[in-house]
Design a protein around this ligand. Structure first.
Ligand SMILES: C[S@@+](CC[C@H](N)C(=O)[O-])C[C@H]1O[C@@H](n2cnc3c(N)ncnc32)[C@H](O)[C@@H]1O
Length: 199
């Protein structure tokens, strides 16, 4: 009970810290670099951010980071990113934005080492009255919020893309619009081709 209450009270910065404590080795962060201040004890962080304005906002954070950070003007589909070269991939509020989540999750699988992990923190499809609000706003929301889709079922998408979710927490984001307040955070590992075939 106490941990459920504690979880409900956590804000986004605390959630980022909690998630990023699980990062290790060589890390790929998709989009934005908002997590840069939270990395500790990793070898290196590579941020891929296609948007120039967002990259500029990163400079101070990179300069103040505790770890080595590289920022690349590209997306995760860039062939310069070598297959199986990352121990950790971090996606926070990105799977709602990418044009094709299945393709993005497949590209992440390609970049992760076999024992690597995807760390995610995302707003997702809601239930109850918030689902009704999402249905109403879904057609227009992406036009006003940088292509953000309010009602993606990212947990289902992660599983469908061949990952095993080993750690999952569902919660309500505080101090945000109800339409984007249903959220999840967790850890997923890519299943091997043999595991996927046997499933
Ligand atoms: C809603 S913002 C989230 C920013 C940040 N990750 C955070 O936690 O606040 C979505 C970000 O995803 C980036 N993005 C969209 N498609 C991408 C892709 N294919 N590869 C990398 N980043 C991408 C956008 O440029 C933007 O910075």
């Amino acid at each position: 009970m106490r941990s459920a209450l504690h979880s409900a009270l956590l804000g986004v910065p605390a959630r980022r810290r909690r998630l990023l404590a699980k990062a290790h080795g060589v890390v790929l962060e998709l989009g934005g670099g908002a997590n840069v201040p939270h990395y500790r004890n990793v070898d290196r962080v590579v941020v891929v951010e296609p948007d120039a304005a967002r990259r500029r906002t990163l400079l101070d954070r990179v300069a103040a980071a505790d770890v080595k950070v590289e920022v690349h003007e590209t997306t995760l589909d860039d062939p310069a990113l070598a297959p199986s070269s990352f121990d950790t991939v971090v996606s926070t509020f990105v799977l709602c934005t990418v044009p094709d989540p299945a393709a993005t999750l497949s590209a992440i699988r390609r970049l992760l080492r076999p024992e690597g992990r995807l760390l995610f923190l995302e707003h997702v499809r809601a239930g109850g009255w918030r689902a009704a609000m999402q249905r109403v706003s879904a057609p227009v929301w992406p036009r006003f919020f940088d292509g953000c889709h309010v009602d993606r079922d990212s947990v289902k998408n992660i599983r469908a893309a061949g990952y095993l979710i080993t750690d999952l927490e569902r919660f309500t984001l505080r101090a945000t619009a109800p339409v984007v307040s249903a959220a999840v955070q967790g850890v997923a590992v890519p299943r091997s081709d043999a595991e996927r075939a046997a499933a």
